[in-house]
Ligand binder design. Structure first.
Ligand code: PLP
Length: 398
């Protein structure tokens, strides 16, 4: 074992032992193809359907409403492209989509792709805490609005959206509502009925399931045209030989996460709040995201006069794995679109840090982080051209 402290669970989490144990037989013994007619294949089919039912139950959905995908990105792509294609089949060949400025790139870049196809898209602004106002969603609705896609919880700053209220607006106007719930599922209670969701994306590896496995909830009787064509699996909607091990593992992980949710979210919230209390109070430091409407495991900050990437590298040298908004698009020097959307100036948005906690994190981990981060911040500021060492403040007036 290493002394590594893993505080990047929002990027990916370890496979849970329960999921691993549930998956193992499907690699070695129960490897039948669910489409095969002999009993060995049909057993795999039955196990796949059991996983679908278990997953559906965790979302208050019906098994027939769950389609397995290769992850959250595919589910998001399918939701947006499928929804507009469905409307095109009904005669609405162009139209309007409402989303937010802080969506994951899986939604944002798909929306931009659809803009190139002739659709118009409204990227709703958010408030300083990263929240979308349901009244702003309603105000943005046009006669040709086809789809509203607003994420349930943000992956960078942890802000939880008023999803049920936004879903109610969509329902009142009879507009399809999709939510990217990848950061929510397994972390906060998710209920497709209460949220008025028509489409909901989730991803296994964000809650202890396997990577490369996700699902799209499609409310009955909605039938999305397929994104992937082929052998007709998933009721002809998502072709490709089914990943039975992945589905079984994802369902096992989610069942476990949901069963433990009340206890685990209280435990993580307490650890998160210790991080916030210890770090947001450093000079020229701010908490990013909402103070209370936030995911139990995510603590996120910006440190003025510090470069996010340097911060991560120095934390890595101390054995701490964390992430920074700006590191997401590592090829570019642009700060995160989420941090800009909550109104942070470029210069400050560069100094971001996201600590995302999970099942393996302990009080001792938090103690170590609370010791390391201030040291690194102080060290980097001492060397920074934008930090006035004499005055102990940034050189800029913003
Ligand atoms: C991780 C993530 C995705 C992408 O999911 P993958 O399974 O990694 O493709 C989409 N949306 C959000 C909010 C995420 O955090």
């Amino acid at each position: 074992m290493t002394n590594r402290i893993y505080a990047d669970h929002a990027a990916t989490a370890a496979l849970s032992h329960t999921a691993l144990r549930a998956m193992e037989p499907y690699f070695t013994q129960k490897y039948g193809n669910p489409s095969s007619l002999y009993g060995f294949g049909q057993q795999a089919k039955a196990d796949l359907e059991k996983a679908r039912a278990d997953l559906a139950a965790c979302l208050n959905a019906r098994p027939e409403e769950i389609y397995f995908t290769s992850g959250g990105t595919e589910a998001d792509n399918w939701a947006l492209k499928g929804a507009v294609e469905l409307m095109a089949l009904k005669g609405k060949k162009t139209g309007h989509i409402i989303t937010s400025a802080i969506e994951h790139h899986a939604v944002l870049h798909t929306a931009q792709y659809l803009e190139k196809q002739g659709y118009s898209v409204t990227y709703l602004p958010v408030d300083g805490h990263g929240r979308v106002d349901p009244a702003a969603v309603e105000a943005a609705i046009r006669p040709d609005t086809l789809l509203i896609s607003i994420m349930a919880a943000n992956n960078e700053i942890g802000t939880i959206q008023p999803v049920a209220e936004i879903g109610a607006v969509a329902r009142a106007h009879k507009i399809l509502f999709h939510t990217d719930a990848v950061q929510a599922v397994g972390h906060i209670p998710v209920d497709v009925q209460a949220w008025n969701a028509d489409l909901l994306s989730l991803s296994g590896h964000k809650f202890g399931g396997p990577r490369g496995m996700g699902a799209l909830y499609v409310k009955k009787p909605l039938r999305l045209p397929p994104l992937i064509h082929g052998g007709g699996q998933e009721k002809g909607r998502r072709s490709g030989t089914e990943n039975v091990a992945g589905a079984v593992g994802m369902a096992a992980a989610l069942k476990e996460a949901v069963a433990r949710l009340p206890e685990e979210s209280a435990r993580l919230s307490a650890l998160r709040d210790r991080l916030i209390a210890g770090l947001a109070t450093l000079p020229y430091t701010r908490l990013t995201g909402h103070p209370t409407h936030r995911l139990p495991g995510i603590a996120s900050f910006v440190f003025e006069g510090v470069e996010g990437e340097a911060l991560l590298l120095h934390l890595d040298a101390k054995g701490i794995c964390a992430s920074s908004g700006s590191a997401c698009s590592s090829a570019s020097l642009d700060p995160s679109h989420v941090l800009l959307a909550i109104g942070l100036p470029h210069a400050i948005a560069h100094g971001s840090l996201r600590l995302s906690l999970g099942p393996d994190n302990t009080e001792a981990d938090v103690d170590a982080i609370l010791k390391a981060v201030p040291q690194v911040v102080e060290y980097l500021r001492a060397m920074s051209p934008v930090w006035d060492a004499q005055a102990q403040k940034p050189t800029w007036e913003l």
